[in-house]
Design a protein around this ligand. Sequence first.
Ligand code: HEM
Length: 418
Amino acid sequence: METAITSPVAHRQAAPLFSRLRTAAGQADPFPIYRQLRAMGEVVAAPWGGHVVTSYDLCDRVLRNRQDFLEPDSGWRARQGEATRWTAASSREIGRTLPALNGEKHTRARRSAGGMFDRSTLETLLGPVSSITERLLDKLAERLAGGEADLHAVVSEELPVATIGHWFRLPPADFALLRDLTHKMAFPQELLPSASQLAEADEAVMMLQVYFRELVADRRRQPGDDPVSHWLATWDRIEPSREAADENAYDLALIVLLGALETTAALLSQLVLRLLEHPDQWDWLTHHPEDVPGAVEEALRYDPAIHVATRVARADTEIAGVAVRADDLVHLMVAAANRDPGRYDDPDTFTLHRQMPAHLSFGSGIHYCLGAPLARFEAQTLLRGLLQRFPRLTLARRPQWHPRVVFRRPRNLHVALF
Ligand code: HEM
């Protein structure tokens, strides 16, 4: 039976909900706001234009549908006119990279990345990630000896950058700068960044361009056993122009850094937070370390590091009977989808014993996160270390959050020993 096509419902209530989402208070618990959005329908008109999708099935279907829905690529960005979030220098730079490519360009670039974190790469990272984690837990122990410690600052913000830095063979002295620049680069990927946030991101991207172009030139001069040297070798085989090969390796290095740091840091703190909110589950894990991978999956489902994935319509189409025009934005609220009662029993309960753990936190379809195995590996390593060394860890107070919507970012996570 054909479904009737309707215009998207513009809900007067949707605008205040999004305003609340974009505050620190909204970020402290965005899920009641998602419930209110879902109550308005599976597809709601976004106050800034475009559509917001909240159900699991529809989000999954759009993410997998590469015929009708595309990434906002450089062509689409150029059609949005000057001085928008899509045409800022930082946004255009992201528009060159893997998660903003479509069709053949995406296939080629994704292939060049290879099995980024296949079993053998993860095996080489096992020792380094374990020793970085131990070192950070030593620091945490020192702080805890004096009372409270901010686990987010001491551990979560450090482990991802130290891991990627080690893998890329970067000097540790650069880590703090790279982390800071990455935080600023989240702004053009937010729903409604301010002009000053975009200016900060534009400044950050200039520094990142210099940094990663120098890195690529350096690996050209002195290739080694590191990912950038390997990507250069791959591109030299498939790309006749050396300059184009360098640019492709640069794009990949940039997006790996941007994709890996803030996201993984948010996952690490979020994982610890949810378990400390449920001391019985923390206790359970101290005796059942075999359930650590399941705990990481549930933390990913419960509150993912990226709450929204965005696509644009290739041509006029519809989603669940709602008309979508060519070039319209479609925001897939994966964090809301992960709590869809149509998909999960008791979705707002955090539990280690869930029967259906699959979630959309790493996306779905051809843009599925390339770094998922590494993010999981870091989270599992950290959790095992914490359970072993600090079985009496407790939450000192509620964390605070940056006012974001797309990229979750805790400001702190104060813990103590009881
Ligand atoms: C908890 C941590 C992470 C989360 C929640 C996450 C989430 C995501 C999501 C949702 C996407 C798909 C975006 C879309 O469909 O538009 C994605 C893509 C991607 N992620 Fe991650 N990510 C994480 C960690 C990482 C890490 C550690 C790396 C690299 C080391 C990484 C690299 C990438 C790349 C390169 C893509 C683009 C893939 C493509 O477009 O083909 N991510 N990630």
